[in-house]
Write a protein that binds this ligand. Structure first.
Ligand SMILES: *[C@@H]1O[C@H](CO)[C@@H](O)[C@H](O)[C@H]1NC(C)=O
Length: 152
């Protein structure tokens, strides 16, 4: 009985303090999972990959989704440039384990395999907001914010 109560409390807490949130006004994933995240935050070391899987149901067929990754340090966004193939999230879109890429198929659950290589040049932060986005013609078309600590 105590275990059941404890589990219920844990679930309630994790439900209110997820490590990820939607970005205002932009399509969000329906779920996000990551080995480096639990409860309300994510933890990665320099040299480690910050990877996770977001499930997205796009509303339109997108031809390109340029990657933008921003780390907010004291409220100021620092852009983390991505090299190919990580510079376009089309290269990270899968269905049933198969790379489907772009154009995206609307209204079907698509796996967005998020992968940020945390190099030694990546700023270290303590519980900061990190935003992962895909842009088409400069407009954010899919976006998720996660709370993360990046440590040396
Ligand atoms: C993330 O990207 C790096 C560099 O391309 C690659 O070595 C690594 O296997 C990727 N990790 C995942 C989980 O896809």
């Amino acid at each position: 009985m105590f275990k059941l109560v404890a589990l219920t409390v844990l679930l309630a807490l994790s439900g209110t303090q997820a490590f990820w949130t939607a970005c205002p006004g932009v399509l969000a994933p329906t779920s996000v999972t990551s080995d480096v995240c639990s409860g309300s935050s994510c933890n990665v070391r320099l040299g480690q990959d910050f990877s996770g899987v977001a499930t997205v149901s796009f509303t339109r067929a997108h031809a390109i989704l340029t990657t933008r990754i921003t780390i907010y340090i004291g409220g100021v966004g620092v852009d983390i440039p991505q090299d190919a193939p990580h510079d376009n999230i089309c290269n990270s879109l899968f269905r049933d384990g198969v790379l489907t890429g772009c154009p995206t198929t609307p209204n079907v659950a698509t796996e967005w395999r998020i992968n940020l290589t945390v190099t030694s040049n990546t700023p270290t932060v303590n519980n900061a907001r990190v935003r992962f986005e895909g842009l088409e013609n400069g407009v954010s078309e899919v976006c998720v914010d996660v709370m993360a600590s990046i440590v040396a």
